[in-house]
Ligand binder design. Structure first.
Ligand code: ATP
Length: 231
């Protein structure tokens, strides 16, 4: 089943500090991703891999082209989606794991991740379901070897690798239809890289379509079903 269909997507940036110079970044990119596939984006630094990911997450608009996504509420063109539609997609259907954690200050790591589990279940009473959500998160934190002493603390002061694991937990706690992974293992040790590889295999088996940037070749070889150059 085609989960994502990118049709002739183009995007440029206008460099206002350089007299309005136009920098074309994505030039007629087309790509189809099936449910259960993991597509690794390839390309030298500056070719537009992260820009493409941000277009898929709806953070950037496009100049032309379409991003057809098979959302749970029906097919939608992400390139044309309204901010409200994008927020709804991000609550349940699309997850994004970037290298850096962006979390609301002072919220404990457990709740940063539990929030995603709860958002995907709007039918539940958030107060009543809180314990179940936290239990799910505890299991995943333990699997990712995140020290228990950190679970109730806000992640702002965590190390890079600890923050990345909170980010990974948030991306994987709830199976999304589309999962975007931007260097998910960049600051992890070998044991945690293996856990992330397992999580990616599980997500694929559950039918998630994955698009990722993996500079680590071993990880890329272990998880990608296909590699696609971006230029
Ligand atoms: N918001 C922006 N405004 C202007 N130029 C930008 C912006 N974001 C990215 N660019 C430029 O677009 C090009 C593509 O950047 P992008 O981050 O997508 O590359 P990348 O392939 O992900 O690179 P890397 O592998 O180094 O992360 C670069 O030349 C970059 O300078």
């Amino acid at each position: 089943m085609t989960m994502l269909q990118i049709d002739s997507l183009s995007k440029h940036f206008t460099l206002h500090l350089r007299g309005g110079l136009e920098l074309p970044v994505l030039k007629q990119v087309s790509l189809e991703v099936q449910a259960g596939e993991c597509v690794a984006l390839l390309g030298a630094s500056g070719q537009g891999k992260s820009t493409l990911m941000k277009c898929l997450y709806g953070s950037y608009g496009a100049d032309s082209g379409a991003i057809w996504f098979d959302a749970s509420a029906g097919r939608i063109d992400i390139a044309q989606a309204t901010p409200q539609q994008m927020l709804a997609l991000r609550r349940k259907d699309i997850a994004y794991v970037s290298q850096f954690l962006r979390a609301v200050p002072r919220v404990p790591a457990l709740d940063v991740v539990a929030e995603r589990w709860l958002q995907a279940r709007p039918e539940l009473d958030a107060d009543e379901a809180q314990d179940e959500a936290r239990e799910e998160v505890r299991r995943l934190f333990a699997r990712l070897h995140l020290p228990e002493s950190l679970w109730d603390l806000p992640p702002a002061t965590f190390s890079g690798g600890e923050q990345q694991r909170v980010n990974i937990a948030r991306g994987f706690i709830e199976p999304a239809r589309l999962l975007l992974l931007d260097e998910p293992t960049a600051s992890l040790d070998a044991a945690n890289r293996r856990v992330v590889i397992e999580l990616i295999h599980q997500a694929r088996a559950a039918g998630t379509a994955i698009v990722g940037i993996f500079h680590d070749e071993e990880v890329r070889d272990a998880v990608a079903s296909r590699c696609v150059p971006v230029h």
